[in-house]
Ligand binder design. Structure first.
Ligand code: ADP
Length: 691
């Protein structure tokens, strides 16, 4: 009914873009009835995941767009950015432009870091924005992304105080405090499209001591009911071992009618390396093997094609169970009737730590598929009855933790924010810096805590002064008669998304090298905090990595993931493929491409650092190295892969092998004799050769 109360235009657009939505759900109603659509106030909307927050964001966005305004929708991950862009593109039918930047779009979907960047350097664009929607706002309490969001919000309010902020969030404990900082109204609601039943099981109930046996029982029940389960464990390796354990136990209980579908999934998984002309790796075989019985594992070490197969087949009911690391909580929409949380501890530098109640809630929240299930089940597994009571109290009845700003704990965040404030000339001395920090969520929490304020103000002053000193010492800030300024190195850092630690490490490497040694540079970039690492699969098999590094002139004392990554990247630029790398070094090589791409960007950053330091001699070689990472090729193939779009490393090598470096004498027909070169590519190669 309430749908009918919307303005004519708004209703029309919603009906056009979301034909499956007939009416608002109770949470959406509560928000709309609070006057949300006509209010100018900032809002925090706190309802469970998958309860239709996006639609509320969209309603406010359309309302603003209809009035000729501009909107930014900020999200934490690239995968979410792409998903939302696809959804919002439907609005283009109604004459609004949708894209990634407010310069060119009425509605832009940006990742937090890009939004942060316009609050530093694009004030003219920021000032045109009327509404900012922040998705997954609860991440404000996270160690690395939290400070980015809070400082970007603080700065955007200083630059454009009239901009309305709508924050979409999971429920947090100290909502009122956060709302006080944002000067926002809060609407909380606990509506879920599928009700959730939470329970703690213990192994004694099943006359066993092994948690995995309990999971088998849950799966047997799921098999009877024709439903599915999602199991969370703490590490990649546990996802694998649990999947094989469960698959083995369930093997004889799967009816032949379902086995056929599972076998097809298994074959699809094996086809992934086959299509690339490689032999399957050991994890690929493991995955295919357990998938034969309807069980698959899912973690960041798999190839994206494999992850997609698993996700799609689970959604279509062709898998019984996925075992996953908690990273599956983010980004992927994969509900299941039952969710099993096997491990409630996580390894940290201080040893095993209990996961927060907030994470337990997020994982449990995956239970129940809208439109299919009348209820979702979340099971947490304890060993003994006593432990079960404790967990019941701590997690099921327990309150989620209060959210604190991580700004002062995260030194790099303070460095970056100081550089940002000075580079954008919003501050020119420690007093003005302090003013800025006092307006952040950190500053607000300190100001409003009766015990902390004097102490906090002093400790903040101390931290800021220390940080400024560190930045001056490292040639990032300089004192001038007009106050603090960034050096060219400082400006370079401000415009990048790299941590100050990475920048300082690279600067020192540049200052200390006599001649560029690319292997030493690769080793160094793998030891910065910003390169995503390729990890070892197990403790064994470190010798091949050691040998590789030593043949590159590097004597490594440690044998950790950074070393594994360095060795893998050295192979990558020598044209080995991921499957070969995985087999050679016993690493999760699926992440090689991502690491190589980031390495390519970081080499460019290193090149820029050399340039501002006046070290010009290695610049050309660094351009070549960056391209070798990007394309995964030896130097001799670079002109060809750069010259012919979408040719790729494999076909480029095949052409080179067949015809040598000089392709000018060969006709299109001759070029087509090489595998993978069709008429279109042959024409492109020919054009390139003649140019
Ligand atoms: P959230 O952002 O809260 O995690 P989403 O906005 O992605 O959740 O919503 C989850 C799904 O529910 C989407 O497919 C969305 O189209 C659908 N949905 C949202 N509101 C309604 C509604 N009132 N009626 C039916 N489906 C809805």
């Amino acid at each position: 009914i309430i749908m009918e109360t919307l303005d004519y235009n708004l209703k029309d657009i919603i009906k056009g873009c979301y034909p499956h939505i007939e009416n608002f759900n109770p949470a959406q109603k509560a928000v709309i009835e609070s006057g949300y659509l006509d209010a100018k106030d900032n809002y925090i909307i706190a309802i469970p995941t998958a309860s239709g927050k996006t639609l509320l964001g969209v309603l406010a966005a359309i309302k603003t767009l209809l009035n000729g305004g501009k909107v930014i929708y900020a999200v934490p991950l690239l995968s979410i950015q792409n998903e939302k862009l696809k959804e919002f593109k439907l609005l283009e039918e109604y004459g609004f432009t949708v894209g990634r930047h407010p310069q060119s779009s009425d509605l832009s979907v940006m990742v937090f870091e890009s939004f942060d960047s316009i609050t530093r350097f694009s004030w003219n664009h920021l000032r045109e924005v009327d509404l900012l929607i922040v998705d997954e706002f609860h991440m404000i309490g996270e160690y690395s992304r939290g400070p980015t969001i809070e400082c970007a919000l603080t700065r955007s309010h200083m630059v454009n105080p009239g901009m309305r902020i709508v924050a979409l969030s999971a429920t947090l404990q100290n909502m009122e405090e956060i709302a006080g900082w944002l000067n926002a109204r809060v609407v909380e609601h606990d509506f879920r499209p599928v009700p959730l039943h939470k329970e703690v099981l213990n192994t004694e109930m099943f006359s066993t001591r092994n948690k995995n046996d309990v999971i088998v029982k849950i799966l047997e029940k799921a098999l009877e009911e024709n439903s599915q389960a999602l199991a969370f464990v703490s590490t990649r390796r546990f996802t694998e071992s649990l999947a094989s354990f469960v698959a083995d136990k369930i093997k004889n209980k799967v009816p032949p009618s379902r086995k056929k579908a599972f076998r097809e999934v298994s074959e699809k998984i094996l086809q992934v390396p086959e299509k690339k002309g490689s032999r399957p790796t050991s994890i690929c075989l493991k995955l295919a093997d357990s998938a034969k019985n309807g069980v698959a594992f899912h973690h960041a070490g798999l190839f994206s094609e494999q992850k997609e197969i698993i996700e799609d087949e689970f959604r279509s009911g062709n898998l019984l169970m996925i075992t996953a690391t908690p990273s599956l909580m983010y980004g992927v929409n994969l509900p299941s009737r039952s969710v099993v949380i096997r491990d409630y501890t996580r390894w940290t530098s201080q040893g095993p730590q209990k996961i927060p109640v907030f994470d337990y809630e997020q994982m449990s929240g995956r239970a129940g598929r809208p439109q299919y299930d009348d209820v979702g089940y979340s099971y947490l597994i304890a060993k003994t009855l006593d432990e079960a009571y404790d967990l019941q109290e701590y997690y099921v009845q327990g309150e989620i933790e209060p959210t604190h700003s991580k700004l002062i704990e995260n030194k790099d965040a303070i460095y970056r924010q100081i550089i940002a404030q000075i580079a954008s000339s919003m501050a020119k001395n420690p007093v003005e810096l302090q003013e800025f920090f006092s307006k952040t969520f950190y500053g607000y929490q300190m100001e409003n805590s009766p015990y902390m304020s004097t102490f906090a103000a002093e400790s903040m002053e101390y931290e800021i002064n220390n940080a400024v000193e560190f930045l001056m010492h490292n040639g990032i800030l300089q004192a001038t008669p007009e106050g603090l300024k960034t050096t060219s190195l400082g400006l370079l850092i401000a415009k990048s998304n790299y941590s100050v630690e990475t920048a300082v490490k690279l600067k020192e490497f540049a200052s200390n090298m006599d001649e560029l040694d690319i292997y030493k540079l690769i080793y160094q970039i793998c030891h910065t905090p910003d390169l995503p690492l390729i990890s070892f699969k197990g403790r064994k098999s470190k010798d091949p990595v050691r040998e590789k590094l030593s043949s590159a002139g590097i004597f490594a004392v440690d044998m950790q993931n950074a070393e594994a990554t360095a060795a893998s990247l050295m192979e990558w630029i020598d044209e080995r493929n991921e499957y070969e790398i995985e087999n050679a070094f016993h690493v999760y090589a699926a992440t090689t491409r991502r690491a190589a791409y980031e390495a390519s960007l970081m080499v460019k950053f290193f090149r820029d650092i050399c340039q501002v330091l006046g070290i010009y001699q290695p610049l050309g070689d660094l351009d070549i190295l960056s391209a070798r990472f990007y394309y995964g090729v030896k130097e001799e193939l670079i002109p060809l892969v750069l010259g012919v779009k979408r040719l790729g490393r494999k076909r480029a090598r095949a052409l080179f092998k067949a015809f040598g470096e000089d392709l000018r004498p060969f006709t299109e027909k001759e070029l087509q004799k090489v595998e993978g070169i069709g008429p279109k590519l042959a024409a492109a190669v020919h054009r390139y050769a003649q140019s």
